[in-house]
Ligand binder design. Structure first.
Ligand code: ZN
Length: 394
């Protein structure tokens, strides 16, 4: 079926003016100042977008889609994410990954969840691996996983400088990053390694050493959680200025009991002010893992599930609180992620020929409508499509 979006203010992320957008077969077929509905083409779903802003669907590069957590006991393992949790957050493409727990969680389970979400209507990819090195795989090697399994586009999240890391040696890390790179070269994928940074004072030193001592391009390993504390953030500025990509985590922000993290929107603005090119900055949510809940005195009262909604909340704050242009705020959660992950031929922009993954925003920059692969998933802030078992028992 064809859909015609009428009169939206387009940010591709670049501002493109008021446009009509024709969608068919899951793709953006045409963008023009005015498109009339062709009468002979059968029923066309017309979406009146007067007063709305059309932006690319968000790409969240770090979500524990098959569940995460489990720290502090088995009762703390978070369940699988539900489709509408992602779509109502404007996310039309997600990269799933494991985390601390590569023992009770597995890559086949993650792959199955990614395929499930894809069947339910959004786009998915995954990283093979978990925190530890040697890491978890399906085929026995990260390289073969990337080459042989369509949805696997890289390795992650590999933990360094963290008390939960396996503390890989420089050689182990170099071997893994090279493996991923070669996997990427052979399969035409990104083959990147997504690196979890912890609070150790070793900070990003293992990465600086790796790229000093080897010929591996600095863009092959992408550090995430760079805003987790001021000293890691300082290293991230240097890394970004050296030509690396840096990933800010929208789910890490200052809370009453822990003021150490840098608010994600402030972190992105600071990276830009320090001279890190916008094209080298991405943001992901780290959603669906476990997040501690503290009372006002800072006492742990329980656990909640970290929300993917922080992704747009922080990107929106870049405009509302930090004064950036909307297009600047969009790049780290759309086109930049697509470029880093080598999926820009079909994701990350409002452009003819690309997948029809679109978000319509209100003037106040609230998420109004979400379209995934041409299908309306959220309409006027209400989810229209749910995951297979999402409503069971309700
Ligand atoms: Zn992490």
């Amino acid at each position: 079926m064809l859909s015609l979006i009428k009169g939206a203010e387009v940010y591709s992320p670049e501002p493109g003016g008021k446009k009509d957008i024709l969608i068919g077969g899951g793709k953006i077929l045409k963008i023009a100042a005015k498109i009339s509905s062709p009468r002979d083409f059968g029923k066309i779903d017309v979406i009146d977008a007067q007063g709305l802003i059309c932006v690319p669907g968000f790409i969240d590069g770090h979500v524990h889609i098959a569940g995460g957590g489990g720290e502090g006991g088995f009762q703390n393992r978070t369940p699988e994410i539900q489709l509408s949790h992602l779509t109502t957050a404007g996310i039309t493409c997600v990269i799933g990954l494991l985390g601390t727990d590569g023992s009770t969680r597995s890559i086949p389970e993650l792959l199955a969840k990614a395929r499930g979400l894809e069947a339910e209507g959004i786009s998915t990819f995954i990283y093979t691996g978990a925190y530890e090195v040697p890491t978890r795989t399906i085929t026995g090697s990260a390289r073969s996983d990337i080459i042989l399994i369509d949805k696997i586009i890289g390795v992650g999240e590999i933990a360094i400088s963290d008390h939960r890391s396996s503390h890989p040696s420089e050689q182990e890390l170099a071997r893994l990053v090279s493996e991923a790179r070669v996997g990427g070269i052979i399969s035409g994928k990104a083959g990147v390694v997504h690196i979890h940074l912890g609070d150790d004072h070793g900070k990003m030193e293992p990465l600086f050493k790796l790229f000093k001592d080897t010929e591996i391009p600095i863009t092959q390993a992408i550090p995430t959680h760079v805003n987790r504390n001021p000293y890691v953030f300082e290293d991230a500025i240097s890394f970004g200025k050296m030509g690396g990509f840096v990933d800010v985590t929208s789910g890490i922000f200052p809370r009453e009991q822990d003021k150490n993290p840098i608010k994600p929107s402030i972190a992105i603005k600071a990276l830009l002010e320090e001279g890190v090119p916008l094209s080298h900055i991405t943001m992901s949510s780290d959603g669906n893992g476990s997040a501690p809940v503290f009372d006002k005195k800072g006492i742990l009262t329980g656990l909640s599930i970290s929300s993917v909604k922080t992704l747009w909340r922080e990107a929106r704050d870049l405009v509302i609180k930090e004064g950036l242009d909307l297009s600047q705020a969009l790049y780290p959660i759309t086109q930049n992620v697509a470029n880093v992950l080598k999926i820009s031929d079909f994701k990350g922009q409002v452009r003819e020929g690309l997948d029809a993954d679109l978000v319509l925003l209100t003037r106040e920059l609230d998420i109004h409508t979400v379209i995934g692969k041409g299908k309306t998933m959220v309409e006027n802030k209400i989810p229209k499509v749910f995951g297979t078992f999402e409503l069971s028992g309700k």
